[in-house]
Design a protein around this ligand. Structure first.
Ligand SMILES: [Zn+2]
Length: 312
């Protein structure tokens, strides 16, 4: 019971500084880290004529430019702007040092080719039985096959967040980066707690939960905007592997798979100006709704940044 009271009190305190009145939330998203996946020696998934690393960079640079133009109060930091490979640790470090409010990693998906086989007829095969003098030659008829593969038709977008069971890793990232990522009000209040106190751990748990919810909300919104643009949306998902960087960053974070480079039609789309601009369009629209919902305390699902702000 005592613990329940402590948690309730902490929650009230916590909510008061993570969820202050709208006037203090004018800059809910001040810094966005854009992370073009792969790079340099890490080419990412191959297509017929292009590599994931180049598409990820091209889309990320366009995304940066669009945010600078349409959301000028947001500071954009890139984990890379050229064909180099920062390690995942370096990317997460940069994000945490920059006190990012949001981390977006840009990738392309890939699916294995589909292998086919078809019986083409038969052929004669020779085989032997016995040994030495008793060795006998035989022939038998065996079927013959033709093998070929074709590109996997999988297509569309997916936006990932870290898996809920990795929340513990996310909490560790937040504890380790406390001084770096927290806004001044929050870190002032955090100073009153002993670093290892259960109270402080509860706050981290709550904050992690909040980041998880924000990331999930943004992931759904990105996918929603993609489907409005006519993309096949394969939905927002939690990923178990390959998203270390999402749980190592002390901020809400999503990974956008912009399409399947293994699908020839999608490879063309991902390499085209039209395709890249369209994808950036969807992400920017989702970002505007995300920012608007945080700043005006309205649910992301209903947030439309073109609305006039409501009084609340
Ligand atoms: Zn990738």
């Amino acid at each position: 019971m005592k613990q329940f009271v402590v948690i309730t009190v902490l929650w009230a305190l916590f909510s008061s500084f993570i969820d202050p009145p709208a006037t203090f939330q004018k800059t809910a998203v001040r810094t966005i880290i854009i992370d073009p996946g792969h790079g340099g020696r890490d080419e990412g998934a191959p297509g017929k004529y292009s590599f994931e690393k180049n598409i990820a960079l091209a889309i990320s640079l366009k995304l940066r430019d669009r945010i600078n133009k349409e959301l000028p109060d947001i500071n954009v930091i890139m984990t890379r702007t050229t064909d180099v490979y920062p390690s995942l640790h370096e990317r997460a470090d940069l994000a945490n040092r920059s006190k990012g409010d949001l981390f977006i990693s840009i990738h392309c998906n890939s699916a294995d080719p589909i292998r086919h086989s078809e019986r083409t007829g038969t052929r004669k095969e020779t085989y032997y039985t016995g040994k030495g003098k008793n060795k006998k030659k035989h022939t038998r008829t065996v079927p013959t096959y033709r093998y070929w593969s074709e590109p996997n038709p999988a297509k569309g977008t997916e936006t990932y967040i870290w898996a809920a069971h990795k929340n513990e890793a996310k909490e560790v990232a937040m504890r380790e980066n406390e001084a770096l990522y927290m806004d001044s009000t929050t870190s002032d209040q955090m100073k009153d707690f002993d670093p290892d106190s259960p109270q402080k751990r509860i706050i981290y748990t709550l904050k992690t939960q909040q980041y998880f919810e924000r990331s999930a909300g943004l992931a759904l919104t990105v996918e929603e905007e993609f489907s409005k643009l006519g993309r096949v949306s394969r939905e927002a998902r939690q990923r178990q592997v390959g998203i270390w960087v999402l749980q190592a960053t002390a901020m809400p974070s999503v990974l956008v798979e912009t399409g399947y480079i293994s699908n020839p039609e999608e490879e063309d789309y991902l390499n085209s100006e039209k395709g890249q601009n369209e994808l950036v369009d969807g992400i920017v629209k989702a970002l505007k709704r995300y920012k608007y919902s945080l700043e005006n305390h309205i649910p992301l699902a209903t947030a439309d940044s073109t609305d006039t702000p409501t009084q609340n």
